[in-house]
Design a protein around this ligand. Structure first.
Ligand SMILES: *Cc1c(COP(=O)(O)O)cnc(C)c1O
Length: 389
């Protein structure tokens, strides 16, 4: 372990606050460090390993694709990208998809597309995008500019123009700021990094109502909430809404880098040849992984099970004396604590064989969607013991 960590310290940029854990292998919902210590996984990477570690069907599909064709430029076609695009569109009801490699890139694509939609139809001046306070949309310059948290607006000046922040769930603030310079509203149905807070239905309804009246696009950043995380394939389904553009990444390919930008009827022809691209976008290995993830989510009863497990998690957590409140949706769980600090709890959890995440001052759980009840019990025993200890 020393050796690996020393090499990191010496050669890898120190841009993360890392825990002293060198992970070596994983199977299902458990992984092992290089000293053979086992951990139960309540984080799935950061919601990326949607089917857990090295799911058999998933790893077979990925390995077979590696041996067949690992990459192909987007100047040619591949059957595997076609198949994944069809599956995603049929599953979500979207018309078209653009593939990229990460969440930030998917949001870049959405931002560019919204501006181009408006420019094509109305000309210059209608380029502003409303984003919400406490949102998180990524680390590139445009997505940082979009992110509605002041802590991120530092060091890298100048940021991009054209983002207006509205307080989440504040309809009045929305009404004041949504003027005729606005081409889109971008939202997370459940703000992830911002603290696992779901938007109120009235606020979401109001956004869609105003946007429909003014031909303003809705962009749903479902990078964290999408692909079954909240118990539906898309979190928008809980609100009976379908955004004009939805972005996906994190869990989409089961732990292989991939992002996707889904386009509805209104915007499906906005991007034309030469206006956008990505060398690796739609990589065959990632698509092979994504097909297995999507098929699994579509398999009979899978999402019902996700919902049942989500209730099970919440019922057990509610009984813990240290828990102040529980937020989020489905298997996207935020836990506010009464007295303890979330980062201290996360650190002790790790020392006791459980991986959890944090978001702001909350513990955040994004367990693999395939987690079983005995693993939930084992993990929560550790977590609750630490919280109450
Ligand atoms: C993680 C995340 C992103 C950024 O994704 P990357 O793959 O890290 O670029 C954007 N939006 C939301 C809601 C996220 O959770």
């Amino acid at each position: 372990m020393e050796n690996t960590i020393e090499k990191f310290d010496k050669y890898v940029i120190h841009s993360y606050g890392r825990y002293a854990l060198v992970m070596e292998n994983g199977e299902g919902r458990r992984c092992e460090d290089e000293n053979k210590r086992q951990y139960i996984d309540f984080g799935s990477g950061i919601g990326t390993n949607s089917l857990g570690f090295c799911d058999e069907k998933w790893s077979d599909a990925v390995c077979n694709q590696v041996k067949k064709l690992q990459h192909n430029s987007n100047y040619y076609y591949t059957a595997v990208q076609a198949e994944f695009a069809e599956k995603l569109c049929e599953t979500t009801g979207y018309q078209k998809v653009f593939f990229c490699n990460s969440g930030a890139e998917a949001n870049e694509c959405a931002i560019k597309s919204a501006r181009k939609y408006s420019f094509d139809k109305y000309g210059k001046g209608r380029h502003n995008i409303i984003t919400l306070v406490n949102s998180f949309h990524g680390r590139t310059m445009a997505t940082l500019s979009a992110t509605g948290q002041e802590v991120f607006h530092n060091y890298f000046f100048p940021f991009l123009e054209g983002f207006i922040n509205v307080t989440a769930n504040d309809i009045q603030d929305l009404k004041v700021k949504i003027d005729d310079t606005v081409c889109a509203v971008m939202l997370e149905y459940v703000q992830g990094e911002g603290g696992v807070n779901a938007l109120e239905k009235d606020f979401v309804d109001e956004i869609y109502k105003i946007c429909a009246e003014k031909d303003i696009l809705v962009i749903a950043d479902e990078i964290q909430t999408g692909v079954g995380r909240t118990g539906k394939f898309l979190a928008g389904e809980h609100f009976d809404k379908k955004a004009d553009i939805t972005t996906l990444a994190k869990g989409i390919a089961g732990g292989i880098p991939m992002g996707a930008c889904l386009f509805g009827e209104k915007v499906k022809d906005v991007l034309t040849p030469g206006t956008h691209g990505s060398t690796f976008g739609g990589n065959p290995i990632a698509c092979a992984g994504g097909i297995v993830v999507t098929d699994r989510l579509n398999s009979l009863g899978f999402l019902d099970e996700v919902n049942k497990k989500a209730i099970y998690f919440r019922e057990k957590l509610e009984k813990c004396k240290e828990v102040e409140s529980i937020s989020g949706m489905g298997l996207m769980i935020g836990i506010s604590l009464k007295n303890k600090s979330a980062s201290d709890v996360a650190k002790s959890a790790l020392e006791n064989g459980l991986l959890v995440l944090t978001a702001k001052n909350k513990i955040r759980l994004l367990p693999p969607l395939t987690i079983d009840y005995s693993e939930i019990d084992d993990g929560l025993d550790i977590l609750i013991r630490i919280m109450e200890g």
